[in-house]
Each structure stands twice: as C-alpha cells, then as structure tokens.
Write a protein that binds this ligand. Structure first.
Ligand code: KIV
Ligand code: ZN
Length: 510
C-alpha cells in the first residue's frame, strides 16, 4: 500500500518571510481558502508571538480552516512563544504547535552560544511545555542539513520521548545534496527508536536550486510529511515549491511508493493568486506554473505535440488547471503548426496554398517574436485580397523626421509581374507614399478616411490600417492592410482599395 504524504503548506509563514511578500489578514484568508481547495493537510498560519497582527491573523485563519486541516503556529523553544501560540490556537479544531532550536555546530556555537547538552535540554523542555496546550507538537531541528548525524539522532530521539508527534528535519540553508539529505533521513529512520510512531517531515530551502530534489529524496527515504509553499515562495531563494513536489509524487508515485491528496487542478489558480497578492511574478520558464510550462515553440517539438501530446509533454496541462498545451507560432514553427492553427481558426489551406501562406507567415514571423491568431486573421485577409490584386507591393522605403522632407520610394508589381518604381515627397510619410503610388496607378481617387489600430499585443504588434477612397463617380471603396510597420500597412491598405476601384472600373467598361 502506497504511503500517504501529508502536504504541509507554509506559504503563510515561511513564504511570507520572503522580503517584500508580507500580506494582510484578508489576503491570507483568501490564500487559506485556496489552500483548502487544494486540499492540503496542514497549514502553517504564522508566528503568533511575533506581533499582535500575526497573532490575530493566525486566529482568523484557524477559524476559516475549521475541521478541514491542521493549523500550525510557529515558536522558538521559548516559553513565551509557546504560550502565545497555545493561546492563539485555542480556536483551532486541530491545533499544532511547532517548536524547535538550531542543532548544527554553526547554530549552537555562533547563534545560540549553547552546548549540545543545553540544546538537548531546551528541546525536551520546549516539547513538554507545548504539550500543555495541545497533543500535536511538531519539533524542528533547525539547520539539520548541516548537523552531525549522531547528535541529530540524539535530539530526535529525545523529543520523541518527550512527546513530539512530528519531527521536522529542515535543510534550513539549502546546503545539502539530494543523496546526502536522503541518507540523513534514512539514518534517522534506522537509528532512532520509536521514529516509526511519529511523522517525519522534510522542509527544504532552494539556495542551490535543489529544494524539490531534496524533498523527494527525503520522501524516498521514509519521510511522510512534506513542507512547501506555493510558487516556492520563501526566505532567500525560497522553499520547496508545492506544485513541483506534488506533481513529482504524482508522476513517480510507484517508485516513491507515495501519493498525496492534493487536488492538482487547483494548482494554477493557487499560483496566480499568490503571485497577484504578493506581487512576486512567476518566471515564464518556472516548472508546472510558468507561462511557458506547456508552450511549444520549435518546429520539431510542435510537430511531435500535434501528433501526440506526450512526445514533449509529461503532464497534461488540464491536470494542473493550466488549460491546454500551447503551440507558440514563431519563426521556428513549421507548416504543421501553422496548418493546425489555421484549421482551428476555420481556414483550410493545402498544398501550394499552404506553401504560399507559410512563406507569408515566415516573413511576418521574422519581424515579430510571436504570431498570434489575430495576426493570422490579418494574413489570411490579406492573402485573399492579394489573389484579386492588379498591383502588389514589392517594396516601400521612406525617409522622414524633423527637419527632413518626407520622401517615399515605392516599387509595385503589375498583374504581368512588371516592376514599376516611383518616388515622391509629401506632407508626411503616408502622403509621400500615396503620391508615389498614384504616379504608378494612375486612377482618379479621393482619400476620405484613414484609421490605424493595433491588432495584437506588445511593442511588435501588427498595426492594421483601414481606409476609404472615392472614385470620380463618388463610389466608395474600402481597403485594409496589416503589418508590424504602419507605413507598410498604409501602403497595403491603399493598394487594396485601388485594386478594388480598378476592378470595378474594368467591369463597368465591359
Ligand atoms: O527553515 C527552517 O528551518 C524553518 C524552521 C523554522 C522550520 O523554517
Ligand atoms: Zn524554512
């Protein structure tokens, strides 16, 4: 039977210790509700003795949680801390006091200035004292990751005998290697009497970017509680990220002989909520919850994912509430990705038509980082306009500015593929371009309307120009053109309108 791994979330305590991540009670309650949707087992709500505000918010969280999870208050191995947490947690249905002390040579010698014997004494005393308030007492061996194996085992043995129900073995400074941390947990499992009757908890920090690996090594070697935060929020480089360890256990449950009760479909929502509240932006390449975690950009990967999602995706994005895999269209995309996206938009291109669209797409993708659906709509619109064109744009070049005189050189191809070049000055760059076009397409017209709008997002967005021209008989023709350069869009829009006007004139003559 696989082991149930308890998920102990400390976003509201260790996560909040992140410089700049402090939250008010209302925000903490919103996160608490989301943690309950995720179905975490334990919520560390705060450090009650640290301030009246923290005391009040731990109580508010405990009330909100009710009987849906255990609520933990942190303390040092100090009576006044424990009194405060004990008082505070009276409103909790399942209260747990977490108390502890530094057990590494560095912490005992340089921070606490105590001997090993004094450390042991304070540890045992703190556990016994906390037991006055609740039967559920968790003991943390601070900086266990850098402690001596034998002394660590001695402390763990002593606190279990004093009544601790959970022993927490933190790698407080994120110093360990996964193998070594795993060995440390195994050593405790093998050398501490009665350890099988308590919960062994892992609490790792990400200073070397290994918090997830460390935590899973701990689970592989016997730990059955895992402490973590949403998005890996926490002191310095952060804590173990909940989303990573939960999905790690889900993907490798058999090897780890473990499972969690987390409702993984709530992961993305939790990530966004914590990011919005704290203002800590999630990196696009962050595992599981980053914006690019399920986005595929290279042509080879896109081709694989289109054929079978699992070729390049180990997790179905829907499983973590992240919607669908995303095919990002860029200059690295192949025909398969373009065709799939066009098909989804309702445009079906095959053979030579698809080749033509792909060439146009690449021209656009070379100018833009990412090609969006709206860009494709414009491309398709322009393609259909191009099919009926008498004149097409080969190139347009302008020079303008202050104090330059706006000047344009335009090269057009007629229906027979013959090149026509014209040059003009104007009151502005668009005026100069239109005058140059008029020298080639010699047809009477009056420009009555001109509008530009951005089609897509970002600085490299497509600008779409819509215009209206009137012919000698007062008939109105509209034209549209889109490009990341609005002078090019303006030229395309004008040619589109003139081509329509010319076609209408030809059919009238017939
Ligand atoms: O990192 C750590 O050691 C801690 C303890 C207080 C549990 O956060
Ligand atoms: Zn910590």
């Amino acid at each position: 039977m696989a082991r149930k791994i308890q998920i102990f979330d400390t976003t509201l305590r260790d996560g909040e210790q992140s410089p700049g991540a402090s939250m008010n009670t209302a925000e903490k309650l919103e996160i608490t509700r989301q943690l309950l949707r995720l179905n975490v087992d334990v919520i560390e709500a705060g450090f009650p003795v640290s301030s009246p505000g923290d005391f009040a918010s731990v109580q508010a969280i405990a009330r909100e949680v009710g009987d849906n999870a255990t609520v933990v208050g942190l303390t040092r191995a100090v009576h006044k801390d424990i009194d405060s947490a004990g008082e505070c947690l009276k409103v909790a249905k399942y209260p747990r006091i977490q108390t502890g002390i530094g057990v590494s040579p560095s912490h005992m010698r340089d921070k606490l200035r105590i001997t090993e014997e004094q450390c042991l004494e304070r540890a045992v005393d703190a556990v016994k004292y906390a037991k006055r308030y609740t039967s559920d007492v968790q003991f943390y061996c601070e900086d266990a990751g850098r402690s001596e194996y034998e002394f660590l085992a001695k402390v763990v043995q002593a606190v279990i005998e004093a009544g601790a129900t959970v022993v927490n073995i933190p790698d407080t400074t994120g110093y360990s290697l996964p193998d070594e941390y795993g060995r440390r947990i195994k050593y405790l499992m093998e050398h501490v009497r009665g350890i099988e009757n308590v919960t062994v908890s892992v609490h790792c920090h990400n200073d070397l970017g290994m918090a997830t690996a460390l935590s899973l090594a701990g689970v592989a070697n016997g730990a059955t509680q895992l402490e973590c935060t949403i998005n890996g929020l926490g002191e310095r480089a952060g804590n173990t990220a909940l989303e990573e360890v939960v999905m790690g256990i889900k993907m490798h449950g058999e090897e780890l002989d473990a499972y969690t009760d987390i409702n993984t479909k709530e992961i993305m929502r939790a990530s966004r909520l914590v990011s919005n509240i704290t203002g800590f932006v999630v990196a696009p390449n962050k595992s599981i919850v980053g914006a690019n975690a399920f986005a595929h950009s290279s042509g080879i990967h896109q081709d694989g994912v289109i054929k079978e999602r699992s070729t390049y995706e180990i997790i179905d994005p829907a499983e973590v509430g992240a919607g669908k895999s995303e095919i990002v269209l860029s200059a690295r995309s192949g025909r398969a990705a373009l065709k799939m996206r066009l098909d989804l938009l309702g445009y079906h291109f095959e053979g030579a038509d698809l080749d033509r669209m792909y060439d146009k797409f690449l021209l656009l993708a070379d100018k833009k980082k990412e090609v969006y659906d709206e860009d494709l709509e414009s491309l398709v619109g322009e393609d259909s306009r191009g099919q009926e064109a008498l004149y097409t744009l080969k190139s347009v070049q302008i020079s303008c500015g202050d104090p330059l005189i706006p000047t344009a050189t335009v090269t057009l191809l007629d229906a027979n593929g013959v090149e026509h070049v014209a040059c003009s000055v104007g009151t502005g760059p668009v005026d100069a371009v239109y005058k140059a076009v008029n020298q080639i397409v010699d047809v009477e017209n009056d420009l009555t309307e001109f509008a530009v709008q951005s089609v897509t997002r970002g600085i490299d967005a497509l600008g779409e120009v819509s215009i209206r021209v009137t012919d000698a008989d007062g008939e109105v023709f509209t034209g549209r053109g889109a490009d990341s350069d609005i002078i090019v869009s303006s030229t395309k829009a004008y040619l589109h309108a003139l081509n329509r006007l010319l076609r209408a004139a030809t059919s009238k003559e017939r």
